[in-house]
Design a binder for this molecule. Structure first.
Ligand SMILES: [Zn+2]
Length: 117
């Protein structure tokens, strides 16, 4: 099998949710390669529908950070948590006022009638 094309990684479509790069294949499907594979040194994206392959031209230093599918997101949030809490407190005072307004606006009678039905 030979390489169909050499493609700069900038020309591939990247889905940050799946962390997979895709590139349109002439057969109508898409070449796919995962970010993790790129970090492993793989530079060949394959098409699931045909035998064509492309070679990805990339620099590992320029790749987006690899996110594990574990709960690593929580760790990042905790590190930034101290600064975030202060902001939340300021917003919280305003929020209480809004909640009171909402309580007043709530049609208590309407809820009772619903409960009856
Ligand atoms: Zn194909």
């Amino acid at each position: 099998m030979s390489i169909y094309e050499e493609v700069e990684i900038e020309d591939l479509d990247y889905d940050p949710h799946t962390q997979i790069y895709t590139y349109p294949c002439p057969c109508g499907d898409k070449f796919t390669i995962s970010l993790e594979a790129l970090y492993d040194g793989e530079d060949i994206a394959t098409c699931p529908s045909c035998t064509l392959r492309i070679e990805i031209i990339y620099d590992e230093e320029n790749l987006p950070p690899l996110r594990k599918d574990d709960d690593d997101d929580g760790d990042d949030d905790e590190e930034d948590g101290d600064e975030g809490k202060e902001e939340v407190n300021e917003e919280g005072e305003r929020g209480e006022t809004k909640e009171e307004e909402i309580d007043v606006d709530l049609p208590t009678v309407g809820m009772k009638s619903l409960a009856v039905r």
